[in-house]
Design a protein around this ligand. Structure first.
Ligand SMILES: NC(=O)c1ccc[n+]([C@@H]2O[C@H](COP(=O)([O-])OP(=O)(O)OC[C@H]3O[C@@H](n4cnc5c(N)ncnc54)[C@H](O)[C@@H]3O)[C@@H](O)[C@H]2O)c1
Length: 436
């Protein structure tokens, strides 16, 4: 199959490279010329484990191409994927669909012969109808079908998630489009991946329902963590105690500083807007949005309290800036709330992140970037873990102790054991577990 991928960001690039690796011929299109230049030079514009070698292999084998010019790619394609951003619209929190609609206009002009237009971007219910209308208006006789195929990959594990997904969801009632989608995902049929064919609107809603459900789960355990702190219980054991129940499941039960990233914050908000527009509010999600935003802000207070209630003039060594480990994505990262609040309270920040410092430099001001975790905490008055990178799990604590001017460690990801940290002589604060 010939595929055009409109939008070469986290989703478009990973999906494009994986489809190419399945054996299809894929052209990834992006308006951002600097991204395409980098890709043509073999440089990845994002950090995603394994992506560089996957791209290199498929470029070499002439199945993966990059361009800023959509024309040829769309004209020749059996399927054109829309994988552009759908950020929160400024002011009202609805999904901003301007990039999706602009892509639809462009596809309408350029498509040739029966074309399946696949929305991979996360879009509110009814967007497929809009996209169809935009294209139909421009090409009244055009032969095409608009399909919903939401993406569930996680940054940091994106290639594995794309190639070995829990499921693929395809929303269409067009038989020809169904055949094209089946052919595109044929390698997954062989692995017996469940492929759920459904109506387009249902498919669009599945994506939001999935993200909202996961956000509810995280927020639930975060509130349990707060309760644990008040009643002297341990949230990690509560998680294990409930997660072993097959009806609940173990995943997404790690208490932390509140969810961030490029999806949950905007998707939960967009779902509440859609629900309100249809006079069918999802109050549990409304609450989750509110609780999570407040939580991210409250984390700075937690750090300040652990440091004796005053951070004026003090230096804080921050480990981790990305919204989670194994990505350089800073969108809505908790660090973007926590660090400015600590700075407003008078603290100086020295931070280290293995991959996200370039991106963070555009979003945070007045911070000193360190060369390593040890460099970040040198002569600092506390060490604060914001992101759970594996390399922070196995630090040399003797070095940390020597470097720090106090013994204060605040761990917003619960990556260390309180007993172990106490035995090493640290004053250790974590989430939902007794402080020692
Ligand atoms: N990032 C994730 O983990 C993830 C996971 C699942 C779903 N999604 C969804 O996938 C969509 C894309 O997310 P992302 O994180 O890849 O976004 P991104 O911002 O990384 O990438 C979007 C890209 O589209 C390009 N673009 C915009 N309009 C264009 C046009 N008309 N022609 C060509 N290129 C154009 C931009 O330049 C940008 O490079 C969003 O709807 C998001 O919610 C993201």
């Amino acid at each position: 199959m010939r595929v055009a991928m409109i939008g070469t960001g986290y989703v478009g690039l990973v999906s494009g490279a994986c489809f190419a690796d399945f054996g299809h011929v894929v052209t990834c299109v992006d308006k951002d010329a600097s991204k395409i230049e980098k890709l043509e030079a073999g440089i990845m514009p994002i950090f995603e484990p394994g992506l560089d070698s996957l791209v290199e292999k498929n470029v070499k084998e002439e199945r993966l191409f990059f361009t800023t010019e959509a024309k040829d790619a769309i004209r020749d394609a059996d399927a054109v994927f829309i994988a552009v951003g759908t950020p929160s619209r400024r002011g009202d929190g609805h999904a901003d669909l301007s990039y999706v609609y602009a892509a639809a206009e462009e596809i309408a002009e350029l498509m040739d012969g029966f074309t399946v237009i696949v929305t991979k971007s996360t879009v509110p219910v009814g967007t497929g109808d809009e996209v169809e209308e935009i294209i139909r208006k421009k090409r009244p006789d055009g032969e095409f079908a608009v399909v919903s195929n939401p993406e569930f990959l996680r940054e940091g594990a994106a290639i594995k998630d794309f190639k070995i997904p829990d499921r693929v969801v395809v929303g269409t009632d067009d038989e020809r489009a169904r055949e094209v989608m089946q052919e595109l995902y044929r390698p997954l049929f062989l692995n017996e991946t469940p492929i759920l064919f459904t109506a387009r609107r249902t498919s669009e809603l599945i994506k939001y329902a999935a993200n909202a459900f996961l956000a509810v789960k995280i927020t639930f355990i975060n509130e349990m963590a707060d309760l644990c702190e008040k009643v002297g219980a341990n949230v990690q054991e509560v998680s294990r105690g409930i997660g072993l129940d097959g009806r609940i499941g173990k995943k997404f039960l790690n208490a932390g500083p509140g969810y961030g990233g490029s999806c949950f914050p905007k998707d939960t908000l967009a779902l509440t807007k859609t629900a309100n527009d249809h006079n069918s509010p999802v109050r549990i999600v409304d609450t989750v949005v509110e609780v999570n935003a407040a939580r991210k802000k409250a984390m700075a207070e937690k750090v300040i309290a652990a440091m004796g209630g005053d951070v004026k003039g003090k230096t804080i060594g921050v480990l981790g800036l990305a919204f989670k480990q194994n990505t350089d994505d800073m969108r809505d990262a908790p660090s973007l709330d926590i660090i400015p609040a600590l700075q407003a309270a008078g603290a100086k920040i020295r931070a280290y992140d293995p991959e996200a410092m370039d991106e963070a430099a555009h979003l945070l001001s007045d911070i000193e970037f360190a060369k390593s975790a040890y460099d970040a905490v040198q002569d600092a008055d506390a060490m604060v873990i914001i992101t759970e990178w594996d390399q922070f799990r196995a630090l040399d604590f003797e070095r940390i102790k020597e470097a720090l001017s106090t013994n204060i460690v605040v761990d917003l990801r619960n990556i260390y054991s309180p007993d172990d940290m106490a035995a090493r002589g640290f004053k250790y604060t974590s989430i939902g577990r007794p402080s020692i």
